[in-house]
Design a protein around this ligand. Structure first.
Ligand code: NI
Length: 185
């Protein structure tokens, strides 16, 4: 296992469409997933997509915080709603028309936070690195993290989803002015 270098906004790998994984159970995918998990945990991120570690494949990992954003510790926030998930070749279906804004951060856009409006309810499907099918519905932050990560696979970073760039701010300021900080993915 290894901690991988994270590509930052401006690197072409973050702007291209990632390729499907022909065999999610292949040994090189297992290795990639193990390294991505280690990198995500080391960076204290909520999620990570393969293009963020310079690999243009449709692989994401995430650990969605629960609905209880008032939970005191980071550990408590991360241990709910979506368990640690490896999602390969994901597909997202938007359920309903409800949208909601929330603060996002990204390990590829360090030190910033932006307010992004996204669909609240989704269904997502894919497989994990052991070949098991994943088919879940998600809402709230769980749905937000999945959408943020899957956007990476299509070359989209969260600032491109923002409608008002006045709400792109430094996280050091967010700490002072916002109740809820969100987390980076
Ligand atoms: Ni990100």
């Amino acid at each position: 296992m290894a901690i991988l270098k994270i590509a930052r906004m401006g690197h072409p790998v973050l702007a291209r469409k990632a390729d499907p994984v022909p065999d999610p159970t292949a040994p090189e995918i297992r290795r990639l997933v193990a390294d991505m998990l280690e990198t995500m945990i080391d960076s204290d991120g909520a999620g990570l997509a393969a293009p963020q570690v310079h690999i243009p494949l449709r692989v994401v990992v995430f650990q969605a915080p629960g609905e209880r954003s008032d939970a005191l510790s980071q550990a408590e926030r991360y241990d709910q709603t979506a368990p640690l998930t490896v999602l390969i070749n994901p597909e997202i279906e938007i359920l309903g028309t409800e949208r909601e804004g929330g603060w996002e951060g990204c390990l590829s856009v360090p030190e910033l936070r932006g307010f992004v409006e996204r669909p609240v309810h989704i269904r997502y499907r894919g497989t994990d690195h052991e070949g098991h099918a994943i088919d879940r519905t998600a809402s709230g932050f769980h749905a937000r993290v999945v959408q943020h990560e899957c956007d990476h696979l299509d070359g989209i970073l969260y600032p491109q989803r923002m409608s008002d760039l006045k709400q792109l701010i430094f996280e050091s300021e967010a700490r002072h002015w916002l109740k809820e900080e969100g987390s980076s993915s």
